[in-house]
Design a protein around this ligand. Sequence first.
Ligand SMILES: Cc1cc2nc3c(=O)[nH]c(=O)nc-3n(C[C@H](O)[C@H](O)[C@H](O)COP(=O)(O)OP(=O)(O)OC[C@H]3O[C@@H](n4cnc5c(N)ncnc54)[C@H](O)[C@@H]3O)c2cc1C
Length: 374
Amino acid sequence: MYDVIIVGGGLAGLTAAIDLSRYGYEILVFETNPYPHHKVCGEYVSQEVTPYLKGLGIDLEAEGAVKISNFEMSTVDGKKVTTRLSMGGLGISRYAFDYLLYERAKEQGVTFNFTKVQDIKFQNDDFQVNCQERISYKAKIVIGAYGKRSGLDKSLQRDFMTRKHSWLAVKEHYRNDKFPENLVALHNFEGGYGGLSKTETGDVNFCYLVHYNSFKKYTDIQDFNLKVVSKNRYLKEFLGESEPIFEKPLSIAQISFEKKQPIVNHILMCGDTAGLIHPLCGNGMAMAIHSAKLAAFSIRKYLDNTDFDRLTMEKEYTAAWNRTFRNRLWIGRKLQHVLLNRNWMNAALRTSLFSERLLKSVIARTHGKPIHYD
Ligand SMILES: Cc1cc2nc3c(=O)[nH]c(=O)nc-3n(C[C@H](O)[C@H](O)[C@H](O)COP(=O)(O)OP(=O)(O)OC[C@H]3O[C@@H](n4cnc5c(N)ncnc54)[C@H](O)[C@@H]3O)c2cc1C
């Protein structure tokens, strides 16, 4: 019997494991892929999580993450707006970031099992977690931190799994010495947009999101990059002068931005499992980390205090999750709608609607305040 089983060892799962293990609980994390591994992600993490991570013993800058303070955005037609980021962010690959958290969790006595979880049952106030090799584990609490989409969502009969989702994402690292270290860029193309920023290796991550309707007419990623992505002149210039590093780009499909619930069948959902913000906000990683902090706070109260029952814990976590993230997710959905509409974007830039001031206000609304360690 574990105190807490965490399903999924991405940023949300690993953060929850590190936070909770400080109090001596027995924690087991299930993760499908052994570390380190690459993941599809823009790899720009907002500084809002820096104080909390430092408190947990993780200093991203000391690990070589690059400091990012400038932002630029361009339309399909090459109109550009730039601004300085008030809080800013760090550039670090998921290969390095997730591995760093994994090492920290291990140091604190967290147990890892590199197996796929098949289903999670709640009976008689306990959880039974069933794995691929038909072995079961028991826990008082389960955190669902298995990311955007998993077979588990189907077994939990989550609503969004009954529908098809038309977004796919592609990521590749490039060698490019000209790209400024302190910049994160967001460039639009027909049916999607892509982000560019440096990582701790000095390479530039190019990660884009695209609607399947735009992608399906082309034979492969290379063809799409050439015929659609490169219509944005900044992306054309970048791809023209950069050398790809991976053997082939990583990609994921069926990405859903639909509303989800933070509690399902008594499981506390964290990170993308509770809700995915549109990547243009550059805030999904910070939200995953922050949601883990909120879950850890309520779980601790439940495990240490007999008066704080399961229902009260679930209500507290749900309220905290909604208070912290619901508005950001709503703004992200609206923003994506505007960003992908070529006419609106051009009109906005022509009439200076999309001024630097507006951009700053949008960034502030999709990000949180610095979160602290306590
Ligand atoms: C195109 C794109 C670009 C993005 N760019 C940025 C950005 O620049 N900045 C930013 O802050 N956010 C960005 N995001 C969002 C960010 O990547 C996510 O919000 C973040 O990774 C969420 O972390 P997580 O821990 O919830 O999920 P994940 O990191 O996806 O971790 C989930 C883990 O669960 C494991 N797992 C899944 N199923 C099972 C199972 N059944 N059993 C065991 N393990 C399982 C997986 O292997 C995985 O390691 C982007 C997202 C996309 C799609």
